[in-house]
Design a protein around this ligand. Structure first.
Ligand code: GAR
Length: 210
């Protein structure tokens, strides 16, 4: 069974979508083995507790650099025998030690259609502010493997979402979550756990199900 760790920094609605998929038997047999937060006192840890998933804190503020935090995270993930790392609203850039420890075994959900509105500085509500300021009519979400480049790894799944007149960043964020993120993140995790994803260069191929 694939042991999954979900890395979070905040509210954890994407974590909740994964818990829902697990409870419906739709996680491809993956086990939600740990939730690790970069901050104490976030609601995502409460969600983990309510779902019977062990929660841990590796606080960014306890480390001098992203590299030091990444090294502590890798040590924790190895100690917990984790096979798949899911970044679900994790708000820090991990350094290459993580990618080396988990090649093509880290997935991230990003609230835009990569390669638009992504990379350093594009996280959380800022992504939607920037999409609205640019005037695009369609945005969405992307689930991708994590490599050394922020938001630059091979794309697994994407889903488009319309921007509507009068949208605020908050309204758009909610629509992107409801219509895209909460669906494609559990789907991508299930595909990984079923061994249906293969990666060649930038291209992810999804094998047919049984
Ligand atoms: C989500 O929209 C997620 O895609 C985004 O932050 C939000 C977290 O919400 N992640 C990033 O911007 C990472 N670059 P959640 O804590 O409710 O899942």
């Amino acid at each position: 069974m694939t042991r999954i760790a979900v890395l979070v920094s905040g509210g954890g609605t994407n974590l909740q979508a994964l818990i829902g998929a697990r409870d419906r038997g739709e996680l491809g047999g993956g086990e939600l083995a740990a939730v690790i937060s970069s901050k104490a006192d976030v609601y995502a840890l409460e969600r983990a507790k309510n779902a019977g998933i062990p929660g841990y804190v590796v606080a960014r503020k306890d480390y001098d650099s992203n590299r030091a935090m990444t090294q502590a995270l890798v040590a924790k993930l190895k100690e917990l025998n984790i096979d798949l790392v899911v970044l679900a609203g994790f708000m820090h850039i991990l350094t290459e030690e993580m990618v080396q420890a988990y090649p093509n075994a880290i997935v991230n959900v990003h609230p835009a259609l990569i390669p638009s509105f992504c990379g350093a500085g594009y996280y959380g509500l800022h992504v939607h502010e920037k999409a609205l300021a640019y005037g695009v009519k369609v945005t969405g979400a992307t689930v991708h493997f994590v490599n050394e480049e922020p938001d630059g790894g091979p794309i697994i799944l994407q889903k488009a979402v319309d921007i509507l007149p009068g949208d605020t960043p908050e309204v758009l964020q909610r629509r992107v979550m409801e219509q895209a993120e909460w669906h494609i993140l559990p789907q991508a995790v299930a595909l990984f756990c079923q061994g249906r994803l293969s990666v060649e260069g930038r291209i992810v191929t999804i094998k047919e199900g049984e």
